[in-house]
Design a protein around this ligand. Structure first.
Ligand SMILES: [Zn+2]
Length: 898
């Protein structure tokens, strides 16, 4: 089994990502015109004579050439004569805000009016949409006006490198074209007018403090090219950064300018302190230089707080209030640190390009409803022209199965806004600032292995709230959730919609151009998908480790291995193991299964409606692809449900009587067989659509043909080997076979006294009331960092692990609210006593802690002395850290007996 698992096939190389080819080709358009050729409808403009396209709109740079060419192409598809008899005029006329437009259709022809080129572009696309949605070659008389309430609608390239580990690829340094024309054409039609890409100031800029990097010219050259390519489609290029960057202690910039060094960052580097004139001059010059070197940039999106260490403000978490350890920043209100850095940035930007903008993003993902008061103060004190962006869903709170659940960021299934977004919005809008919402349009960390999740109804609700809260800009995605399709289209339409209509009408309007007379059925399917998706368990660990993304390639384990789950967005972890509890931060396994079952059931109802349309759209590849994506999601949700049920049954199995065991084993066998079938079905879909399984943040496929076949083999082997062995053992009344891990891991008998070495010892007692009491003792060693990590989990890894971090100064983290921890300094060291009340596992023996991993990590003040490290069971290294799961790993644990 192990050798098979280690042989997980690699995902397909970039040459086999067929969607790259598809994005270079024009979108296939199928008009669904039905009208009888001889018939003329009343109050309609008959188009059968063809359009006489009269380009009178001033466009000296030819920015609209791509839009006119696209309209011409549509007329050709519609078989309408070029240079026809129906006048189609393009007029410059005051229509309101930038990008606003007016479309008039009357007996004299069609008139498109706008005040600027981008308004005209939108109007041309709007006319195309009207033509596609029409029932025949005629348009109803109308006088329609549209204007966007979201000024910047910023997305990102689906396959652009993330400039982060493990690949660290930089799109500005390679030869690949990430913005082919037809891809941009689609995005532009979907209302997107900005795309972001990652930069680092020092890799581009030259200042009076620093020379230009040797690769800067190459980067700048490609950046200029990208800006020009995108502009032809009305799309601005936005830089994304986390600046000013923190400084290593030996950084020449810091050594030459000591006042750039502020508070110490968590990694030992110095935060960049913007609270001196000189530091602000450096920021100003960096930004000024980049925006001068690359004309026509749209602007800069900068994470000013929350991810990585930037300014001294980074040393305070969004939920904290504590003082800042910087001689300058400690003397001013916290909001002013943000003001210092962003005012220098906006000045630099505007001096180089008055049209460019700055979006300052507070990335505060904490799943808590409260924020430090300074966050709200910051929102009230923005420098002029700085747009503040906040995650729309950070700190999400929603009732699921009668209990409130909290989530961090990245929610499409939860509409929002969160409490913290509302408070930030209030601060910005009451002081006449500009507000941007960071959302996920196409899909999110909930399930990011499909190009998008077709739930436009949820987007409708979200945009409704965004408008109500005064949003004027939107960042539509992180790395994923941006593939062209129904969700992008919905977002684009919503940005130009006054949102006074109903969700139902919006869905119909959205469906009509692509699905024609079947629009109603499709809208009904989307509605069911939204209902299903709303049941997604609100828990970040379900997003980060759960089976919704790539369940069809998960192996299953009958024996208890406590092998870890893989982060869903990383390409370099082994496939997910059996520690299902790791994805259950907010829910019990039973609750997660119930929600997943509801999701699957409702989603399948919608899927039935869509699948029925296959024949009607047999020659429309784009719509067949849409059905294919929905089918893949159906399989993913089904797999996820099955996996959750499998591990719930496995837990029951280990605590059941022998007679019951036989029955449970049979139920598990059926689930494994169903999963072999699921992988097989997914395989067929993957052959049709290379987008399936691709995760933009992983820059790789998380499931693919090779892995699906591999998984089928692994599951078959599981049935042949382990299931058969279990059945035989049960029949003979013999002990069940155990995993190597369970056989070999050390055991500790409760109440058997101390365990440990000369510096560290511990013991665990079961008290009379069944509570567990853990005592940890550390001998004092001159040091600043002295930590105990106590991790435990139940016998089958079916609950979220309990992970407690205790510092010798009494600071305790990740303590469950029902647990207690008492830290005491003693004569020759310190002790920590943890009380785990049996209420924690509801006095249910099947979920009480049975595996523990204990470690102590001491870093000496004198760096020349070796670090002290103790762990039980002993391992060469601590487990590989995972987001939210820290240094817990089930198969590092020893077993508790007694
Ligand atoms: Zn400072």
């Amino acid at each position: 089994m192990l050798s098979l698992i280690s042989a997980v096939p690699s995902p397909p190389p970039r040459e086999e990502w067929h969607f790259l080819q598809e994005l270079r080709q024009a979108e296939q358009r199928c008009l669904r015109w039905q009208q009888d050729k001889g018939e003329t409808l009343p109050d309609h403009l008959d188009l059968r004579g063809g359009l006489a396209v009269l380009r009178e709109f001033p466009d000296p740079e030819g920015l609209l050439d791509t839009a006119y060419a696209d309209l011409k192409r549509l007329l050709a598809i519609a078989n309408l004569p070029e240079e026809g008899s129906v006048p189609c005029r393009f007029k410059q006329e005051e229509t309101g805000v930038h990008e606003s437009f007016r479309l008039q259709v009357d007996g004299n022809g069609i008139t498109l009016s706008a005040g600027d080129t981008e308004g005209m572009r939108r109007c041309i696309y709007f006319l195309e949409e009207q033509l596609t949605a029409a029932r025949g070659p005629a348009l109803p008389f109308a006088d329609l006006r549209r204007e966007p309430w979201l000024r910047n609608r910023i997305s990102r390239c689906f396959f652009g490198p993330i400039k982060r580990p493990p690949f660290n690829r930089d799109e500005l340094l390679d030869e690949m074209d990430y913005y082919p024309d037809e891809y941009l054409n689609r995005l532009a039609h979907e209302g997107i007018n900005g795309l972001w890409l990652t930069v680092v100031f020092r890799e581009l800029a030259q200042t009076s403090f620093s020379k230009r990097d040797s690769l800067a010219e190459k980067r700048l050259e490609k950046l200029r090219r990208t800006v020009e390519q995108c502009r032809r489609y009305g799309i601005k290029t936005w830089l994304f950064s986390i600046e000013p960057k923190n400084l290593a202690l030996n950084d020449p910039l810091l050594l030459a300018n000591p006042e750039f060094g502020g508070a110490f960052a968590y990694d030992g580097n110095r935060c960049f302190c913007p609270s001196s004139e000189k530091a602000r001059q450096y920021i100003y010059e960096s930004v000024y230089d980049i925006f001068s070197q690359v004309p026509q940039l749209g602007g800069l999106i900068n994470i000013s707080h929350g991810e990585r260490a930037t300014t001294c403000l980074s040393t305070v978490a969004s939920t904290d209030e504590h003082p800042i350890q910087c001689p300058r920043c400690s003397q001013i209100p916290k909001w002013q640190i943000h003001h210092h850095s962003t005012s220098a940035m906006i000045k630099g930007i505007k001096a180089a390009n008055p049209d460019a903008e700055l979006i300052s993003w507070l990335y505060q993902p904490q799943p808590s409803t409260e924020r430090g008061a300074w966050t709200y103060e910051l929102a009230r004190h923005l420098p002029e022209d700085v747009i503040l962006q906040y995650n729309f869903e950070s700190g999400a709170c929603k009732k699921q199965l009668s209990r409130a659940r909290l989530g961090g960021d990245y929610w499409l299934s939860y509409v929002g806004p969160s409490h913290s977004f509302s408070r930030v919005a209030e601060g910005v809008t009451t002081t006449q600032g500009e507000l941007s919402a960071k959302i996920q349009v196409g899909c999110s960390h909930e399930v990011a292995t499909v190009p998008f999740v077709p739930v436009p109804g949820l987007l409708f609700q979200k945009y409704h709230e965004m408008k109500k809260h005064g949003c004027q800009h939107v960042m539509q995605c992180w790395y994923f959730g941006n593939y062209p399709g129904v969700m992008n289209r919905a977002a684009g339409m919503l940005a130009f919609n006054d949102l006074t209509g109903t969700e139902e009408n919006f869905l119909l309007e959205l469906a009509r151009p692509h699905w024609g007379e079947h629009a109603k059925v499709v809208a009904a399917a989307w509605h069911l998908f939204s209902e299903a998706y709303s049941e997604y368990p609100l828990s970040n660990d379900m997003q980060y480790y759960g089976p919704m993304h790539a369940g069809p390639v998960w192996p299953l384990h009958l024996k208890v291995e406590l092998a870890p789950l893989a982060p869903t967005w990383k390409p370099d972890f082994p496939s997910s193991g059996d520690s299902i509890g790791e994805c259950l931060e907010n829910h019990t396994l039973e609750e997660a299964l119930l929600l997943a079952s509801r999701m699957q059931r409702k989603f399948d109802e919608g899927l039935l409606l869509l699948k029925d349309l296959r024949d009607a759209f047999a020659s429309d590849q784009e719509r067949l692809n849409d059905i294919c994506v929905a089918e893949a999601l159906g399989l993913q949700f089904r797999s996820a449900r099955n996996i959750l049920e499998f591990y719930l049954l496995r837990r029951e199995f280990y605590f059941a009587s022998d007679a019951k065991k036989v029955q449970l084993l049979e139920q598990m066998r059926s689930l494994v067989q169903a999963e072999i079938g699921n992988s097989g079905q997914m395989l067929l879909l993957c052959r049709q659509d290379s987008r399936l399984g691709f995760h933009s943040e992983a820059e790789a496929h998380q499931y693919c043909e090779g892995r699906l076949i591999w998984r089928q083999r692994v599951l078959q082997k599981l049935l042949d080997d382990d299931f058969t062995a279990f059945e035989q053992a049960l029949a003979k009344g013999e002990p069940l076979p155990q995993s190597d891990f369970c056989q070999q891991t050390p055991t500790y008998k409760l109440n058997s006294g101390w365990n440990g070495d000369e510096n560290t010892r511990w013991q665990i007692e079961r008290l009379a009331n069944n509570d567990l009491q853990v005592t940890l003792e550390g001998k004092e060693i001159s040091c600043e960092h002295d930590f105990f990590f106590f991790n435990c989990v139940d016998a089958t890894g079916s609950t979220f692990p309990c992970m407690i971090t205790i510092k010798s100064d009494g600071n305790v983290r990740q303590l469950h609210p029902l647990a207690e921890c008492c830290v005491k300094q003693t004569e020759n060291g310190w002790t920590a006593t943890i009380l785990l009340p049996s209420l924690l596992w509801d006095r249910n023996p099947s979920i009480e802690p049975r595996f523990v991993y204990i470690c102590r990590s001491v870093e000496m003040r004198d760096a020349s002395k070796p670090k002290l490290r103790y762990d039980w069971p002993p391992h060469e290294e601590f487990p590989r850290a995972r987001l939210n799961i820290y240094n817990y790993q089930g198969n590092y644990c020893g077993k508790l007996i007694g």
